[in-house]
Write a protein that binds this ligand. Structure first.
Ligand code: FES
Length: 42
């Protein structure tokens, strides 16, 4: 189980914004993301 406060990074998912790819923490940066910002494959 993850921490839920942005410390453990177990919930990270790859996102894209302004052409840059980076990991976002779902618990801290989300949980809602724009569909076009989520990289679903890879
Ligand atoms: S659950 Fe720990 S960083 Fe998101």
């Amino acid at each position: 189980m993850g921490c839920g406060v942005g410390a453990c990074v177990v919930c990270s998912c790859m996102t894209v914004r302004n052409g840059k790819e980076f990991y976002s923490r779902v618990c801290k940066d989300g949980p809602v993301f724009k569909a076009e910002e989520v990289k679903f494959n890879g």
